[in-house]
Design a protein around this ligand. Sequence first.
Ligand code: FAD
Ligand code: NAD
Length: 471
Amino acid sequence: MQQFDVIVIGAGPAGYVCAIRCAQLGFQVACIDKWVNAKGKPTLGGTCLNVGCIPSKALLDSTHHVHFLREQAAQHGLKISGLEVDIPTMQKRKDKVVQILTRGVASLLKKNKVEVFAGSARLGGEQRVHVDQHDGSTVEMQGRHIVIASGSQPTSIPDVGIDNENILDSTGALGLQEAPERLGIIGAGVIGLEMGSVWQRLGSEVIILEALPDFLPAADQTVSKEAMKLLAKQGLDIRMNCRVQEVQASTGKVSVTYHLNGAEQRLEVNKLIVAVGRMANTEGLGLDGVHVATDQKGFIKVDAHWRTSSEGIYAIGDVAGGAMLAHKGSEEGMALAEHLADQYAHVNYDAIPWVIYTWPEIAWVGQTEQQCKASGISYRTGEFPFRALGRAHAMDDTAGLFKIVCDKESDRILGAHILGPSASELICEAVVAIESELCAEDLARMVHAHPSLAEGMHEAALAADQRAIHF
Ligand code: FAD
Ligand code: NAD
């Protein structure tokens, strides 16, 4: 039986980062992953690299160029005729990006002397892990510490079967070789909006059915209301308060019956994407046999140091619940490695940024205004629109706003919310501010380069004290 200090199950952003950090700290590490790509080859990087963050952003970037060429190029004096969009080539580029990055993970693990096993892991007693390798052989190993980083997978709604032909999950939605004429999406969450944007930019008429009455309830309402308007203007038909009753599919045609404000409605589309959330990957891991407890939704229960109910077994990333974000899993992976090495380990869950890669992008960190209100915190806000920024005009990208929420008495920044171009990059400043417990006044006194989009954060901080200069 092979012996390791740490056995990591899963090589997604939580697992592979944990494995590398453990190796850096001097542990002997094994990392097991069962993923095989479309060509049947074992591949690392998990959901994020293979069918999540990376391929979706590759398509969002490609289609953003399409949007620019069609809608904005003329204003820049660029006259384009005969523009052809070749979706199979776009998909090949996306696949190439995935290949480069998944190979990168393999070489990082190798460089750090992590032993990688391609196959399915199952927990046994006494810190043992059994691996059914893809080559047909089996391996038994024992680890002082076992880390479960087995991630998550798409879920569906009752009686709606995903066939990835007519009814697609997020993986199917990333792989289409042509734009459906009419595309239905169930769920106006992160995946619904990102995939909806991709296919709308490629010519599909996109109709999104959302069960909740409020659009993006986790975002600050000032931002979510404005985002809804901008996305609708682009052509996304987002219908709130919809209760899906029945879905029927035949080749090239999907019929969705739903209730809207008590009235039955029918939607006929060519393809339907189901994007209603994700569930923990725990099946086949043998959790019961080793007394690892899960919560009501199936996520592994962990304490503040990612310990499960079974001593010596830990869980991180999507499978451990909380925000299903790659960077949250990676931070947990690093912190857990440091905890195992008896170092100080901490993840500040109050400073995890969220980004939705629509255009404009939507990003936030910390508390929303409605959360402050609900918890009785006395707060002030400062807002600043992109249309008041010189750089945004130079770019011809003026939609959106910055919003800072800070404590009324102490002025400490509690949250920051951005709807606008490059919000994914701009939010980093707010993460630093919240992590460093800065006040709005601190940001207001920091010199921001001109002309830059980041000046909007500066002005929002000034606006929190009602002294914005340019608006
Ligand atoms: P995963 O990435 O799911 O990795 C788990 C790994 O464990 C897998 O490789 C799996 O094969 C392996 N595994 C499972 N069970 C076993 C077993 N028994 N034996 C061996 N191996 C096993 N997040 C962001 O932060 N930003 C984004 O832009 C973003 N975009 C996304 C877009 C889409 C379309 C989707 C679907 C998700 C997106 N996410 C994004 C979410 C992100 O992908 C996940 O939060 C992240 O991948 C979770 O990392 P993880 O390591 O916990 O799990
Ligand atoms: P989500 O939780 O973001 O959104 C699901 C949406 O579906 C919700 O608005 C929910 O109210 C709605 N819904 C649920 N059941 C419904 C029903 N029966 N009818 C109509 N609507 C229904 O989930 P997702 O979009 O599937 O994404 C899963 C997770 O993946 C996200 O929570 C996120 O953590 C991660 N992700 C992140 C990014 C990113 O960071 N940019 C991108 C994609 C995915």
